[in-house]
Design a protein around this ligand. Structure first.
Ligand SMILES: Cc1cc2nc3c(=O)[nH]c(=O)nc-3n(C[C@H](O)[C@H](O)[C@H](O)COP(=O)(O)O)c2cc1C
Length: 261
């Protein structure tokens, strides 16, 4: 009888221990899930925070690039010269007269480079992988530095300095850049494209700079102007000269003007 009671007590004790083990296992599982939730919350918050920081940086860049806005005249969609004639007569021009270009001509050239041709989609004259538009266009003239804004077809005056003489050193002493009344600088923000396409996005950005440049060169011919694509220059020198945000990488300098007779 006594033996039976001891046996029952042992059994009850064993059951209690098993129950306690199961409860502690359950608690640790729950707290593990809780931890996971906390950690996923922290990760989410960090991600959101970094997005905020990126947004702030973007705003900062936009603020740095603020200035007087100049609305450009609407581009002409007709010309006296055919596309074939423009292709046939395009030649790199490295000698320019000092005659200034009109705002109409500048408008036309910038539109050819990156102008919006479909309001509903924002699509532009130049094709762009994923329509991500990594290119930003800058303009150097005797009266300052300007940034082209395709949305609204306008330019923003960033500085009143004539930087063309300084451009000579940046362009590895190709003196004709300072002769031209206008220099277009095509820059690219690679991340806009690599964020979607990874490494291959780098190739896409370079192809797009080529498309935009060719549009400019052909538009120049159609306007009776001459131009040359310049790829030989010091990237950091140009970035510093124009005070560009660090993610704007210069890819082309294109001096444009009336060819010297
Ligand atoms: C990517 C690229 C970079 C170039 N860089 C320069 C340059 O730094 N300086 C220059 O005078 N011409 C430059 N050129 C222009 C070429 O020298 C020119 O296109 C070539 O001699 C053919 O002449 P064409 O443009 O008259 O057909 C460049 C052209 C390309 C496509």
């Amino acid at each position: 009888m006594r033996n039976k009671r001891v046996k029952n007590l042992t059994l009850a004790f064993e059951m209690l221990i098993t129950f306690l083990i199961l409860v502690s296992l359950l608690i640790s599982l729950i707290s593990c899930n809780g931890l996971r939730e906390v950690s996923s919350y922290i990760t989410h918050t960090i991600k959101e925070k970094s997005k905020d920081i990126a947004g702030e940086e973007e705003d900062e860049i936009k603020n740095n690039m603020k200035g007087e806005e100049i609305m450009l005249p609407q581009p002409e969609l007709k010309s006296n010269i055919s596309l074939e004639e423009a292709l046939n007569s395009r030649r790199s021009v490295r000698s320019f007269s000092s005659k200034e270009l009109s705002l109409d001509q500048i408008s036309q050239i910038l539109w050819a480079a990156q102008g919006i041709t479909q309001e509903s989609t924002g699509y532009r004259t130049s094709p762009s992988a994923g329509a991500l538009y990594p290119l930003e266009i800058f303009l150097l003239k005797s009266d300052g530095v300007f940034h082209y804004i395709p949305d609204g077809h306008k330019i923003i005056k960033l500085s009143s300095d004539d930087l063309r003489p300084n451009l000579i050193q940046g362009a590895l002493f190709q003196g004709f850049v300072a002769e031209a009344p206008v220099n277009i600088i095509i820059t690219a923000v690679y991340e806009r494209t690599t964020v979607k396409y990874g490494e291959r996005g780098i190739r896409y950005v370079h192809l797009e700079a080529g498309h935009s440049c060719q549009n400019i060169l052909l538009q120049a011919v159609a306007l009776g102007l001459g131009a040359v694509p310049v790829g030989a220059f010091d990237d950091s020198y140009i970035q510093d000269l124009l005070d560009l945000p660090r993610d704007h990488i210069p890819l082309y300098i294109i001096p444009i003007g009336y060819p010297e007779e």
